[in-house]
Design a binder for this molecule. Structure first.
Ligand SMILES: Nc1ncnc2c1ncn2[C@@H]1O[C@H](COP(=O)(O)OP(=O)(O)OP(=O)(O)O)[C@@H](O)[C@H]1O
Ligand SMILES: [Mg+2]
Length: 606
């Protein structure tokens, strides 16, 4: 219940809409309550005329007037309930907007670590369900609850006026019915949560499969994936059977109880009328009031059900909302107005300090499993440094730490002489232009992708960056040129094209430090040389950190750092390390041997 109150507090701005909806439902139920009185009055008039106490002419005039009044009341009911429905629609949509935006906002504040442990499709499925359930409840509640409450209170008061035993019976019905319903609901919800777990996992996998359909197809895993999916959903069948039989058994119980009580109510009304305590009109009025009272009781089960769902939904919702945010991201989001461009690096470098420095950094993604040990190196202004090491050695992890995506477990990282942990993240990230190992593009146009870090960049700047990344020519060959839409994650592009867009994106950012994580690995030698030319130009006067498996691309760097199992093995100029017999020398030997083997093979077949 408290989580529902939190939702109300969360959506405080909607209070005018809540009020409007409740007001409409008060008016609707007032109009509905008038009808039994009018019909009762009409019955008495008819009885009077039939019994000869009233003149027929007068009685006719009266009943026609009463019928007109009923018409008015019902018309009012129709119109006002529709106006209320409109407010309800608007309100629930606004509520969905508020809850979704807040959720998204929250997600964007969460640390990278949180995302490592979640499956995208599952996050989305959970969000959609919890928000749908909360808003559905808000809508039914605001439309139905107030009028239910008013009807109930009015019926109780009126019946107390005519015959208190009726009131007593009604007073028993309500709490017992609610009690039975919530009893049903508790178990029902528990089972529902079990089902949701399965459905969320299946939805997460579904999204993954759609996103990577190529892999699924190439390994002919369609059937396997489909079976997993269907097994997850089928496993909810058994739960549903149990859930539903429980619900329906309890419904038989509570409705039978309701029928029994109403049996008593009708007996009282009919017998007392026969005994002369009520006129015919009063009997009709009471019978109608009682059936009006029945509606809220019955819909109570439904309201409680949807309330329970909403409670479960809001719990899911708040579980994410309560996840501790990354304070540094939060600080940046709070400080920067929406839509503002990337801040210029305003933090003054400490004179003479290295641009980047790792000091005794240990790091683990998972507790107890260190990926980096004692990483210690410095990069001076204008230097070009390459990271070399076998796959899984921790090169990309160093980039992640540098960007402040994770915090070191021990030791510290300094950027322009200042502890990176103390730099505002936007300042830190404005200094570093990065091309990730996977090009990671978005589904929009090529232009949007290149200008991702600087949405306000001019066409000229975008084209220039593309030209330097050797992308301009292939972009212009698309029918829509720079406006070409490239599909989810850029899937409509070749791997090398994607990389060149990512390089252009980093070039346009124009940051003082450039980090290239296998930025040209997907390019053929010719394209690589062309991109390299652009990159060389870009690296001129900048500090760069380059990761490349193809050693020819890093032959020109100032120093190489080799990594072995997360340790720094050697640091030195390429010419020095070529002689030491370390990793670099070994890789160099292997690559040139590979090249000559390839050449030899070419000679034989050629
Ligand atoms: N998000 C993560 N969560 C847990 N472990 C991770 C994560 N990312 C990487 N690792 C682990 O950290 C280690 C280093 O990974 P990293 O990506 O830094 O290697 P790399 O040197 O860049 O390799 P490659 O040359 O193949 O790109 C690997 O053993 C990997 O399994
Ligand atoms: Mg890597």
């Amino acid at each position: 219940m408290s989580s529902l109150l939190r939702i109300l507090r969360f959506t405080r701005t909607l209070s005018p809409l809540y009020t409007a909806v409740i007001l409409c439902s008060v008016l609707t139920s007032a109009a509905a309550l008038a009808v039994p009185f009018l019909i009762g009055h009409a019955t008495d008039t008819v009885a009077g005329a039939v019994g000869g106490q009233t003149a027929t002419g007068t009685a006719v005039r009266t009943v026609v007037l009463i019928a007109a009044a009923v018409l008015l009341a019902e018309l009012a009911n129709t119109v006002i309930s529709n106006v209320g429905g409109w407010f309800g629609d608007v309100m629930s949509n606004r509520m969905r907007t508020i809850l979704s935006v807040r959720y998204y906002d929250k997600l964007l504040h969460l640390p990278q670590r949180w995302f490592d442990g979640e499956i995208t499709g599952t996050i989305v499925a959970r969000l959609n369900r919890s928000i749908a359930e909360i808003t559905a409840f808000a809508k039914t509640m605001s439309n139905a609850f107030a009028s239910m409450l008013i009807t109930t209170v009015a019926v109780l008061a009126i019946s107390a006026w005519y015959a208190w035993p009726l009131t007593v019976l009604l007073l028993i019905v309500f709490p017992v019915y609610v009690w039975l319903t919530s009893l049903t609901s508790v178990k029902w919800q528990k089972l529902e949560a079990e089902k949701n777990v399965q459905v969320d996992i299946a939805s997460g996998r579904f999204a993954e499969v759609v996103g990577q359909i190529r892999v699924v197809k190439s390994f002919v895993r369609e059937r396997g994936e489909l079976e997993d999916f269907s097994r997850r959903f089928s496993s909810t069948d058994a739960t549903t059977r149990e859930q539903s039989s429980h619900w329906h058994r309890m419904d038989v119980l509570r409705r039978s109880f309701l029928n029994l009580v109403f049996f008593g109510i009708y007996v009282i009304i009919f017998v007392r009328t026969v005994q002369g305590a009520f006129s015919l009109g009063e009997m009709v009025l009471l019978v109608q009031l009682m059936s009006m009272a029945k509606a809220p009781v019955e819909s109570m089960s439904w309201v409680i059900d949807s309330a329970q769902r909403a409670i479960a939904g809001s719990r899911d919702y708040f579980r994410v909302m309560e996840t501790p945010v990354d304070p540094r991201t939060a600080a940046v989001m709070a400080a920067r107005p929406a839509g503002s461009e990337l801040a210029a690096p305003a933090v003054e470098p400490v004179p003479g300090a290295p641009v980047l420095a790792f000091r005794g950094v240990d790091f683990a993604y998972e507790e107890g499993e260190d990926v980096l040990h004692e990483i210690d190196f410095r990069v001076h202004p204008g230097e070009k440094i390459a990271l070399v090491g076998e796959s899984g050695g921790g090169k990309s992890t160093i980039v992640n730490l540098l960007l402040g995506l994770y915090e070191p477990r021990r030791g510290s990282i300094e950027v322009v002489g200042r502890p990176s942990a103390e730099l505002p993240l936007d300042q830190l990230r404005a200094r570093i232009g990065v091309v990730f190992q996977d090009a990671s593009l978005f589904s929009g146009t090529i232009r949007e992708n290149i200008a991702y870090g600087r949405p306000g960049a001019s066409d000229e700047e975008v084209h220039d960056a593309a030209r330097r990344a050797n992308a301009d020519a292939f972009i212009r060959r698309f029918p829509d040129g720079y406006e070409q839409v490239i599909g989810e994650r850029g899937l409509k592009l070749s791997g090398g094209q994607r990389q060149r867009i990512a390089v252009a994106r980093a070039m346009l950012k124009d940051a003082p430090v450039l980090v290239l994580d296998e930025a040209t690995s997907a390019l053929d030698t010719k394209a690589e040389i062309q991109v390299q030319k652009g990159l060389d130009e870009l690296m001129d006067g900048r500090t760069s950190l380059i990761i490349a498996h193809r050693l020819s691309t890093i032959a020109e760097v100032d120093r190489i750092i080799t990594l072995r199992d997360g340790h720094i093995d050697e640091i030195g100029a390429p010419s020095e390390l070529a002689e030491t017999g370390g990793i670099y020398a070994q890789l160099l030997a292997l690559q040139s041997a590979g090249d000559s083997r390839r050449l030899a093979r070419y000679d034989i077949t050629g």
